[in-house]
Design a protein around this ligand. Structure first.
Ligand SMILES: CC(C)(COP(=O)(O)OP(=O)(O)OC[C@H]1O[C@@H](n2cnc3c(N)ncnc32)[C@H](O)[C@@H]1OP(=O)(O)O)[C@@H](O)C(=O)NCCC(=O)NCCS
Length: 156
């Protein structure tokens, strides 16, 4: 699909998650990323309110395709408050996914730009994320560089 920058800006609106986005395919989009069972409207609303109460410390960004009224990209950033670095703050980018039908349109880059700007604006000294080797080149295009390794312990 070829689409010029001006019509792309009109069609694809970037903003923070709204509670009504559940009805615009937000959960189905997350299912393209990882295991993500469907949740009831009540569960969604409860989690949405919890996250909203974190204010700028937890932001979920979405891109809505205004033609289809569908959420086609998302990503989140969590702001961690530390004692080191003069009580510094670090942004953690998570859950980045673009709908399979909308990849290659620079929407992923737009989401990362939104989240990085938010981390910078809230005073973070760095922003970090984990990714697969397959996505390394994408994040490099977004200005990230590889550093160290990831460790994990799952509970379930
Ligand atoms: C990875 C992902 C988010 C990229 O989103 P996208 O909207 O297709 O990427 P963009 O169109 O914004 O690409 C930006 C640049 O990165 C490049 N790029 C994107 N994915 C790439 C990849 N896997 N390998 C190499 N380059 C890649 C693009 O060619 C583009 O380059 P350009 O600026 O020179 O034109 C998307 O493919 C996706 O959702 N994948 C499945 C879920 C996933 O793996 N999420 C990441 C979890 S860490």
């Amino acid at each position: 699909m070829q689409i010029d920058a001006a019509s792309s800006d009109e069609r694809y609106q970037i903003r923070k998650l709204d509670v009504t986005d559940k009805n615009k395919g937000f959960m189905e989009l997350l299912q393209q990323l990882t295991v993500c069972d469907s949740v009831s409207d009540e569960e969604f609303q409860k989690r949405f309110e919890e996250l909203r109460s974190c204010g700028d410390d937890h932001v979920i960004c979405v891109i809505e395709d205004l033609v289809l009224s569908k959420i086609v990209a998302t990503g989140s950033v969590f702001i961690e408050k530390k004692f080191i670095r003069n009580c510094g703050k670090v942004g953690h980018v998570e859950d980045v996914v673009v709908d399979s039908s909308a990849r290659g349109l620079q929407l992923g880059k737009k989401v990362i730009g939104f989240l990085v700007d938010h981390a910078r604006m809230t005073g973070c000294y760095k922003v970090i994320l984990d990714c697969s080797a397959d996505n390394k080149a994408f994040y490099e295009k977004c200005g990230f560089k590889e550093k160290e390794i990831q460790m994990v312990k799952y509970f379930i």
